[in-house]
Design a protein around this ligand. Structure first.
Ligand code: ATP
Ligand code: MG
Length: 419
């Protein structure tokens, strides 16, 4: 071990487990890609104001969790704590919304940073795959995104997740609800900080995870009773489309999310095997965000799914992904001349698209065969001086143990078709 360790709240992805993370990222992205979402990549840091305005001054993310810093040049930046504000900023900057082809559908995958109290499923560096549909108000888009996330989790073999669904109303009806909620909350026994929150963003109080707060919230006014007709109709349509698609969800009138920009449709995917860090992903509609960051009105909807917690959910359900072996063929040379010949063969195999590896260093047959087994390769290619003199290599099937001599000139063709 070196003198250094990964910083608190972070961990490294190392083989063989790292292959699971890659597969999870791929599985989450695949349904979105197949639904017309294009890949977007933005910087790991942004102007700190983007998040302050976009995510919201009163959120935990901005007040407590952001890695904000000043550069030597005096720029005030922050490591990105989430993806939506950056992706919208990039779409606006790139004028994608002016192409006349709305909605702009984008997906992304990357690292996010929040200064949180580290615990299982909660890290300071974590990874999300997200999808955003920008510039269109259509309940079918909200439904599409939820269906795609459902499809992603199902394709991984996850079953014990639930979809929580709510509507947060819009600029017309939410203020009325906000007033009613504030009136209720001001009468409760809460600490100073929470009382401050009541005045800035009372909906956030509903998301307080402390039991002593939750207990007092019974009887709080619920947004559903305050939704305007347009929001009600919109929400009913989203629900109907989900039901028609066979996607099961639960109405959760208490669901609010940790970001200020959500309007109307809000949802969360929770997994029941994860204990207190149960949210594996979440999202919703953010019709006001573009204007909040200085853009035109662009009603939008999106989600971000947590890769780390999805991997934990797979473990909790005991799902083992069917990952193909990284190496199909492992070459074991016996002697100097065989090294040159087999190394050449390995290069040819790789160029032919067959995943191949080689026993490097001067190792005995036994040690090299051990590595061949460890690699997960289906075949081993073994050759010594006598084989080469005969113009053959020994092809060993690692599953059956069978071995046969194959002419050097035919090896690549044989293995190209073998898998
Ligand atoms: P939580 O309520 O658990 O803090 P959140 O509402 O802050 O979650 P979002 O900002 O909506 O989460 O991010 C979407 C997803 O990203 C979460 O559902 C979760 O899977 C993942 N995520 C968020 N924060 C972390 C973290 N600190 N460590 C690991 N994964 C995280
Ligand atoms: Mg959080």
């Amino acid at each position: 071990m070196s003198t250094f360790k990964a910083p608190k709240g972070t961990y490294d992805l190392l083989p063989p487990d790292s292959a699971v993370y890659l597969a999870v990222r791929e599985a989450i992205a695949a349904p979105a890609r197949a639904a017309g979402y294009g890949y977007v990549e933005t910087p790991g840091f942004e102007n700190v104001e983007l998040f302050a305005r976009g995510v919201g001054e009163s959120t935990d993310i901005v007040t407590k969790e952001m890695y904000a810093f000043e550069t030597k040049g005096g720029d005030k930046l922050a490591l990105r704590p989430e993806g939506t504000a950056s992706v919208l900023r990039a779409a606006l900057e790139g004028n994608l919304h002016k192409s006349g082809n709305l909605p702009v559908k984008l997906w992304y995958s990357g690292s996010y940073y929040r200064y949180e109290r580290p615990q299982k499923g909660r890290y300071r560096h974590f990874s999300q795959v997200g999808a955003e549909a920008i510039g269109m108000e259509d309940p079918a888009l909200d439904a599409e995104l939820i269906i795609l996330a459902d499809q992603a989790y199902r394709s991984l073999g996850l079953r014990k997740f639930r979809i929580l669904l709510n509507s947060l109303g819009d600029a017309e009806c939410r203020p009325v609800y906000r007033d009613a909620l504030q009136g209720f909350l001001r009468g409760l026994d809460l600490d100073e900080e929470t009382r401050r929150r009541i005045e800035i963003n009372p909906l956030r109080v509903l998301d307080d995870k402390r039991p002593e707060v939750q207990k007092q919230l019974t009887g709080a006014p619920v947004l559903r009773d305050y939704l305007c007709d347009a929001c009600k109709a919109y929400h009913e349509e989203v629900r109907a489309l989900l039901t028609a698609a066979g996607v099961v969800y639960e109405d959760d009138e208490r669901l609010v999310r940790g970001l200020d920009y959500y309007t109307r449709t809000t949802f969360e995917f929770v997994h029941d095997g994860l204990g207190s860090q149960s949210a594996v992903g979440g999202g919703g509609r953010y019709d006001g965000l573009s204007e909040m960051i200085g853009g035109p009105a662009l009603p939008s909807v999106g989600w971000a799914l947590g890769v780390d917690r999805t991997v934990l959910a797979l473990e909790a359900e005991g799902v083992a992904l069917d990952l193909p072996a990284a190496t199909s063929v492992y070459a074991v040379p016996l002697g100097e001349e065989a090294r040159r010949t087999l190394f050449g063969l390995v290069t040819e195999l790789r160029r032919a698209g067959v995943a191949a590896d080689f026993a490097y260093g001067a190792r005995g047959l036994k040690g090299a065969m051990k590595s061949a087994h460890r690699s997960g390769a289906r075949y081993a290619l073994v050759a010594g001086e006598r084989d080469l003199a005969d113009g053959v290599v020994q092809l060993k099937d690692m599953e059956s143990g069978e071995q046969q001599a194959v002419a050097l000139a035919e090896v690549v063709d044989r293995l190209r078709t073998a898998r």
